[in-house]
Design a protein around this ligand. Structure first.
Ligand code: ZN
Length: 129
């Protein structure tokens, strides 16, 4: 069977158990190399003169950042499995669903709040684990 297909379809309990067992350490490693900040900087740069990268529905930008940070192919597969597990299925979803906070998410909500300046969006803070 094709390895790619196998990876996409692999959702057995033992796989989920493995992912949730490595998830905290993977998240710590990602935080340590400023992955979320770097991704945020690409998708939602603070400086408007920098060109904005667009998410194309893949982990293209994440791959560039993480490869530069020294992670190898096998580690990348684990990292993306963890991100998937946490609801991030592409570069922008990582910032929306996995990162604690990001400019991309903040700007999105600022836009949503729009005319209703008085109303701050209420987002639940309960997180699994
Ligand atoms: Zn995306």
């Amino acid at each position: 069977m094709d390895a790619g297909v196998m990876f996409a379809r692999m959702e057995s309990d033992s796989e989920n158990e493995l992912i949730s067992s490595i998830a905290p350490d993977v998240m710590t490693s990602l935080g340590r190399c400023s992955y979320f900040e770097k991704l945020d900087e690409l998708l939602s740069p603070e400086d408007n003169s920098t060109s904005v990268e667009k998410c194309d529905g893949s982990f293209r930008l994440s791959e560039t950042i993480l490869t530069a940070a020294g992670f190898d192919r096998v580690e990348l597969d684990d990292i993306f499995a963890v991100l998937h597990f946490k609801g991030g299925c592409c570069d922008c979803e990582v910032l929306y669903n996995v990162a604690e906070k990001s400019r991309l998410k903040a700007n999105y909500w600022r836009g949503r709040a729009g005319e209703q300046v008085a109303r701050t969006p209420h987002t639940p803070h309960s997180r699994p684990n």
